[in-house]
Design a binder for this molecule. Sequence first.
Ligand SMILES: C[S@@+](CC[C@H](N)C(=O)[O-])C[C@H]1O[C@@H](n2cnc3c(N)ncnc32)[C@H](O)[C@@H]1O
Length: 304
Amino acid sequence: MLKSGNFMPVSALERVAHPQTEITAFAKRDYTMHGADYLLWDEEGGAHFGWWELGMGLRDRAAMIGEMSQQVISRLGLPTDRQVKVAGFGCGAGGTERILAQAYPLAKVAGLSLPGAQLDLGQQITREKGLLDQVSLVGGDYFHPPFADASFDGVMGVEAWCYAKKMADIFHQAHRVLKPGGRVVVADALFRHSHPHPITQKIYEIWHHHGWRAVLTPKDQLLEELLALGFLDVRIEDISGHVIPTVAHAVIMATKYIAENMISSNSVDVQKNRHHLVAAYTTALMGACIKDVGYFVISATKDK
Ligand SMILES: C[S@@+](CC[C@H](N)C(=O)[O-])C[C@H]1O[C@@H](n2cnc3c(N)ncnc32)[C@H](O)[C@@H]1O
């Protein structure tokens, strides 16, 4: 394992990141170009790491992806006996939003994600499953969600808030749209602290600049920011051990996806596919830097 030392102040970690406008523009392009291909990853449209635990099959990716959604949903603490409204910020094809709707027949779920193929696919799956009454997926930016103040019982985000240079800005919007006592639950990767080992820092820079442009926020910084926003019961649970099997799946799936692309087009479209491979392999490398990087479920409650 890598040894961490006091190398890198928070500001320097933030400085290496692209400007927010470029990160969002990249994500929009990427999920338009490759959005529908995430079906290879999960037929239900879930584009996130899965939750594995003893007793689950290591190969059953769909079960692990579904279980991650369940883990996030259960932490929202929703009642089953009355109508509730939940927003999914960065919903993609809406896999988690549909699982919530099926588990809570009285719930209305509003998914918000960058417009493009992934969101269109989500609409199609929602229609096919007969869930249009409960689940609406809309195109938009989670820094400016088109939702009224104090209008939701829960806000969730699954592996989507890492496209924010300042994750607390999305939590600020979540806080705004939550009703008093409402809960926010987010699953994503974070830096464990703001001074990663130089090797981790190098891998992170490659992952950010040549992979998905995503950003890792230091955990302690986020905790302080959530408390400053006025959230209560803030918990940041380390669930890294549960996601390891699907990190391995990500490497295999990215390789398979690009090989299939090459075979079907009889050519290697390096520009189109390079960042997918770089991202998948550097994600696995970062996962090995376990002292510096982890995968977490962040949950908090808006004050009554
Ligand atoms: C890895 S996918 C996860 C999608 C979905 N939450 C899931 O678990 O299947 C990341 C998502 O973040 C969304 N995203 C990135 N930046 C965004 C922004 N500024 N506003 C809204 N959505 C954003 C993308 O559109 C993409 O769907």
